[in-house]
Design a binder for this molecule. Sequence first.
Ligand code: GDP
Ligand code: IMO
Ligand code: MG
Length: 430
Amino acid sequence: MPATVAVGCQFGDEGKGKIIDFLAADADVVVRFQGGANAGHTVQVGDELYAFHLLPSGVLRNRTMNVIGNGVVIDPEQLLKEIDETRARGHPVKNLRISDRAHVVMPYHKVLDGLEEKLKGGLGAGTTLRGIGPAFEDKVGRFGIRMCDLIDPETRRAKLKTIVPIKQRVVDVFGGSERIDAEALSTEYEAYGKRLAPFVGDTSAWLDDAIKRRKRILFEGAQGTHLCIDHGLYPFGTSSDCVAGAAAVGAGVGPQHLTDILGVAKAFTSRVGAGPFPTELEGPIAEHLRERGGGEYGTTTRRPRRVGWFDLVMLRMAVRVNGLTRLALTKLDVLGGLERVRVCIGYRHDGGVLREFPASMRVLADCAPMYREFLGWPDLPEEEWIRIATRGRRALPETTRRYVAFVESQLKVPVRVLSVGRSRAATMGA
Ligand code: GDP
Ligand code: IMO
Ligand code: MG
């Protein structure tokens, strides 16, 4: 039984939450394996809109188990808030397991996130201020507190006693005025640990058993390929590996199980935060892309997203570093109403043409996109897109079909899922 990994191909916010929720109908388990509460995954069921930051996007389906793997950094306060809010909306959230090896985001991580961003000036990524960078720094620096420590009062208190004075010195040196009280922190986190303890366990062993029992497993990537700490824009991405291979490490499963790799890509490009963005648009077309179809505003921070044309240079790299076997293309409806739409096929740089995405931010900032232009398609009402989704890919306007076929032919990866609206119903297998 092949496991499916779904990852973002661009700068995050490709519509992964929506696609995971769609695929979760056939999955027994959904697993988050990296990132943290910097993620904001939107799922719309009927008229109800959910935005998940730490809960996996399969949580609304009661027969699906949801796992937060060891590769995720967990803010317990945020997670409990999400559990409470989801329960208040009628979902029991009993279908959750949390890895005992996942690291905990502490309040001082969020303080340091803000201080580091200020100190970095032009090197700042415009983070979500969720403490992600400092939490991963502590994981790698071996200053971290893991879920198994959080739920063990003695270890938690002992670790905090050593770590807090060090963090206090860092806060002071970085120009912060915040005081960290180890005792108060321990008491606050004891309460979180008590509430989360029933969910915590060895999720790698549990997943191994699920794989042996031939359960269908879906790995839910957060962020996107070009925010990946190794393969993304550096230093303008996030602090975790966001590519498909990270699912094996971040969930504790053997890579041989990960054979179905689905890349989620938006039919144009968007990003929140800083960094070069070759196909970025301003003016009326940017306004169109930002305002249509629910709006391009950060799910976690509500910041307006920067938008631009679809970029095959970014996608070619996503195909390669993730080993994509199929694609989901989202937000085709949002391009509706534009007379012409463009796709970037390469970058012009220094008198030549770059076909691969450059490592250097200085080179990237100097790249000029080369475009192929297509006739647009009409701005259809939501009900019409849903009608099209129920009839399948052949019912799409001809110009939309041509656009999708061009993307497929250039990437040599089949588009197997198409999304033409926010709701579950506006999705089609293709
Ligand atoms: P994620 O982080 O990849 O899960 O994506 P987000 O949820 O942060 O952002 C995607 C946004 O686009 C959300 O508001 C979704 O409801 C919305 N969305 C997803 N797919 C489609 C689509 O095909 N059409 C439209 N109009 N909106 C979509
Ligand atoms: P989902 O899972 C879009 C961006 C931030 C910032 C950079 C570093 O919803 O696709 P961080 O807080 O991680 O240290 O910020 O990465 N970023 C995202 N952008 N979607 C996300 O997640 C993101 N998670 C982080 O805006 O530029
Ligand atoms: Mg998002």
